[in-house]
Design a protein around this ligand. Structure first.
Ligand SMILES: NC(=O)c1ccc[n+]([C@@H]2O[C@H](COP(=O)([O-])OP(=O)(O)OC[C@H]3O[C@@H](n4cnc5c(N)ncnc54)[C@H](O)[C@@H]3O)[C@@H](O)[C@H]2O)c1
Length: 478
């Protein structure tokens, strides 16, 4: 829980940790030097020919809204609203050139018709039943998609009730050791590749939020992790077993939940060795999306912040899982980091050195997937005069998450086909989609949505050997 004390402590910790800051500054200066505005080559990108298999651990509200949505769009029953890959454009060259192709025409992405799906869940419901249970999509649309969705049945899951305390289901794998379970998942992956005819695969974690844990020695290297798998180490969560299995098969992995999962040295090592890109964590959908839009505005205008109280009510299964203190703590950590990284209290102590930041999530069944996120924001301006902002976002959780899943699937596949990106491990250019973006050790994450958007589009320009856009714009006045 972040309190005034915690913010102050964090600020002093940041300033005290000068060695860390110096290292961070060096990493950034190096990156800055390399970020030239002229084209500098983006390597080669293999074509997106063939089917792309999407494997989803956790076939609940987000997963079914995504898959049903893709099918509805393929059948021209709806539009891919909210998806950058489907509707977004990227400006190329000067503002006077009038070149703004659609992203999907600029870089070679898999087409929606090429996507094939499978998944795992602890419940036996097929995707039609799971989508009906989630109650996100209108039943008339679901009826039209019924034959397709009913054909998608979950594979047996790797599950540990200790990590997700509020749910239990029958569709679970059995194995003597966690290494056996990883082996069974690897068999599933190979089986899906063979039976679906997919030429490439992606794993997209849409499973429940697991209980909060911190990394241990078991997570520090592949060798230590494999030993721990064989010894059934309790610090290996189910999501890590899926990640291990995917990366061992050379399959990229995205983490939509706030779990540690791939945010560990072992996974970075595997990802780089096997050229299987990773990204995460925790989809940035509702309240945090708003936070990462508003907080940069306060900072840009040097408006102070004394408090930010965020509360949510939601009534879906995710809300039920998050009602457990262990799962909530994982989500809370993910949501709390945002303000500190954007506002940099160590640099602006008078403005942001004493913030009371609180996040609550309340399970309230009547609302189902239609979450309400309230924010009370106490800011101060000229001469310290206080002001308040209230945000009441009546959103639809999975409607906001589904286009993010689609974009991540297509961009991770692009990363895997790019000679420049596939061996990097963490795909920081995809921070745009996450509440708690992964970064290499010693580098703080960029949370500002607009910096994240620029980073993503500049990465695409770089891959296609187009000049990066800095928005300097002096050339228009020569
Ligand atoms: N919807 C959003 O806006 C949003 C935003 C950020 C993050 N998330 C995260 O995305 C995840 C999915 O959200 P949701 O609303 O679809 O939740 P959900 O509860 O509807 O679906 C999660 C599914 O995962 C399954 N599951 C749990 N553990 C599993 C395991 N080990 N293997 C296979 N399946 C497992 C559950 O049975 C359930 O069907 C959650 O972790 C949530 O916190 C969602």
């Amino acid at each position: 829980m972040a309190t005034r004390k915690k913010s102050a402590k964090a600020a002093s910790k940041t300033s005290a940790n000068s060695a860390f800051s110096a290292k961070t500054a060096r990493v950034e200066m190096k990156a800055e030097r390399q970020a030239r505005t002229e084209p500098n080559g983006g390597g080669t990108i293999q074509s997106a020919k063939g089917k792309l298999g999407v494997m989803i651990p956790g076939m609940g509200a987000v997963a079914t809204t995504f898959v049903a949505g893709v099918e509805a769009i393929r059948r021209d029953l709806a539009k891919p609203i909210g998806s950058l890959t489907q509707m977004g454009t990227v400006r190329l060259g000067k503002r006077t050139e009038g070149r703004s192709p659609k992203i999907k025409e600029f870089v070679p992405l898999a087409g929606l018709d090429d996507l094939v799906f499978t998944g795992w869940d602890i419940f036996e419901d097929n995707m039609y039943e799971a989508a009906s249970h989630a109650g996100v999509l209108d039943y008339r649309l679901l009826e039209r998609l019924k034959p397709f969705l009913s054909s998608l049945k979950p594979r047996a899951a790797v599950f540990d009730h200790n990590y997700v305390k509020r749910i239990n289901g029958p569709n679970v794998k059995k194995g003597k050791t966690k290494m056996d379970l990883a082996g069974q998942l690897r068999d599933d992956i190979r089986d899906f590749k063979k039976t679906s005819g997919a030429s490439r695969l992606i794993t997209m974690w849409c499973g429940s939020t697991e209980s909060y844990i911190e990394p241990t020695t078991a997570h520090q290297s592949v060798k230590a992790f494999e030993k721990a798998l064989r010894e059934n180490d309790e610090m290996i969560a189910p999501s890590m077993i899926y990640a291990y299995a995917s990366l061992m098969e050379g399959v990229p992995f995205a983490n939509g939940a706030p779990n540690l999962t791939v945010d560990l040295p072992v996974m970075l090592e595997l990802s780089r060795n096997n050229e299987a890109p990773i990204c995460g964590k925790d989809f940035k959908t509702g309240q945090t999306l708003m936070k990462t839009v508003l907080a940069p505005a306060f900072k840009a205008r040097l408006l102070g912040l004394s408090g930010w109280y965020s509360t949510n009510i939601l009534g879906n299964r995710d809300g039920e899982v998050l009602d457990d203190p262990g799962s909530f703590k994982t989500k809370e950590e993910s949501k709390l980091g945002v303000l500190e990284h954007i506002l940099q209290p160590a640099l602006y102590p008078e403005l942001y050195g004493n913030i009371f930041h609180k996040v609550r999530i309340n399970y309230y069944p009547p609302r189902g997937d239609n979450k309400e996120g309230w924010d009370n924001i106490d800011i101060f301006g000229w001469l310290g005069y206080p002001m308040q902002i209230k945000v009441d976002f009546l959103c639809r959780d999975s409607i906001l998450a589904a286009p993010i899943v689609l974009d991540l699937v297509l961009f991770l596949d692009l990363a895997k086909r790019s000679s420049e990106l596939r061996g990097l491990g963490i795909q920081e250019w995809l921070s745009f989609y996450f509440k708690s973006p992964m970064t290499p050790l010693g580098l703080y994450p960029e949370h500002d949505l607009f910096i994240q958007s620029m980073k993503l589009k500049n990465t695409l320009r770089h891959l296609k050997n187009e000049p990066l856009i800095t928005h300097l714009g002096l050339e228009y006045y020569d």
